[in-house]
Design a protein around this ligand. Sequence first.
Ligand code: TYD
Length: 211
Amino acid sequence: MKKGLFITFEGADGCGKTTQMKLLAEYLEKNSIPTVITREPGGKGLGEKVREILLNYEGPVSDRCESFLFLADRAQNIDIIVKPAVEAGKIVLCDRHIDSTVAYQGYGRGLDIERINMLNNIATNGKKPDLTFVFDIDVETSMKRVGSEKDRMESAGIEFHNRVRKGYLELAKQEPQRIKVLDATKSIEDIHKEVVGIYNSIKNNIKFTDY
Ligand code: TYD
């Protein structure tokens, strides 16, 4: 069966990944390539409810509970949105995925990374994205872009966000084939050109993993 592709967009809050994801979607649609957009947390339906808790709940949330909520949302996103679309030959673009949990809950919150990898594996049935873009940005600039209206995760502090950034760069070192780091301080147009360039240069060389 012809398979589509699963591409994820990662990086700090305010790095511009959502804008870049939408621009790539427009580019693909202009080229008549069937494309689906989703996000974590909160693709649609049940996922939106989990997102509401994760970002807006005001009582105490344990770090492990937070991880499980992200993972529950991930399993739902993979089973209901990503897998059927990829199997139907579509390109699925997803705003955040497994690397967010390693960067935020692992590097940021300090939870055991081996365990997170194991749990990510369960949530995704062991399937990693075919390609991942990390939009790298210094914490000061990203926090300025986010502004003063911060959600629960964005309010976690400078040190936390520095660790998250380090986590992403570490991941990219470990998996250079899958994870491509882009400088998120460049202009939207320049970054878009880089995204399209990378997509076009590797789209035919990606080996698909079955779910
Ligand atoms: P969102 O508003 O989607 O942020 P952004 O637009 O920057 O993507 O909020 C998602 C937040 O959840 C973001 O701060 C990162 C965090 N997050 C985790 O901590 N772990 C995860 O596994 C995921 C998917 C997101």
